[in-house]
Write a protein that binds this ligand. Sequence first.
Ligand code: DON
Length: 309
Amino acid sequence: MMNLQAILDSIYGELQPRLGEGKVADYIPELAKVDPNQFGMAIATVDGKLYSVGEADTSFSIQSLSKVFMLTLALGKVGEGLWKRVGREPSGSSFNSIVQLEREEGIPRNPFINAGAIAVTDVVLAGHAPREAIGEFLRFVRYLADDETVTIDQKVAQSETQTGFKNIALANFMRAYRNLDHPVEHTLGVYFHQCALAMSCQQLAKAGLYLAARGSNPLTGHSVVSPKRARRINALMLTCGHYDGSGDFAYRVGLPGKSGVGGGILAVAPGLASIAVWSPGLNEVGNSQLGSAALEMLAARTGWSVFGD
Ligand code: DON
């Protein structure tokens, strides 16, 4: 049996001199204030153990990691009908790009680029007031993590509401193509709040464990989705979870993963573990620089990969 704690400790030790690498996201002003010299990592295993290192207990802005949980919620509501609203192909462009949306008549390429995630949120909003949908999402993530202390950072939500001009453009564009059922401010109100959830690596590793364990979380005892659905969410994370960095992430790490501009990455080793890592400095495509490096080291040292051993 390998010693996961020793592996985490060695990764942390080796990355220590590199703390601060990359560039903290500054297009959301509140995120620009985060100290870049931070790093945390946690692993939740399917046999019910939790390992962590560094600032694994510090909450950070989960941003696009929320798209995995919102996708899970939307699939639970409308099932495969979701795919009328959003595609399942990698986009090969940045997370907030608008170029494909016109050519493809308002249907976003996948549920993880911003346009696709906004469409997914619009599906979850159906039949609710925005504040109810936000409440439902928060309750769902608390249930996944089995932790009532998960909260929304209102300052981050506010900050993005005031500056999210590209998202406003994407949402209006989809509305024009009738792929948004609610007023733009309503759907984006929910979207900005879901992105502003504050969670630690420990909470995220625990919350994501259902994806590694055939849809049920062995730590919390909660059954979340069917094994087939968990497999398919993992497939989307592998192909689209890092935007135009997805191919490189699959090559270097070999596990389904989802990044966020807060510097978090959630990765899944199916049948084995869920892994959360956080370090705020981003690479040129908006994914955590040290987070990606740490996952590459973890995959190499454990042999974990969806492509064979
Ligand atoms: O909509 C946005 O731009 C942010 N709330 C989330 C983007 C994000 O996290 C992209 N991930 N790397």
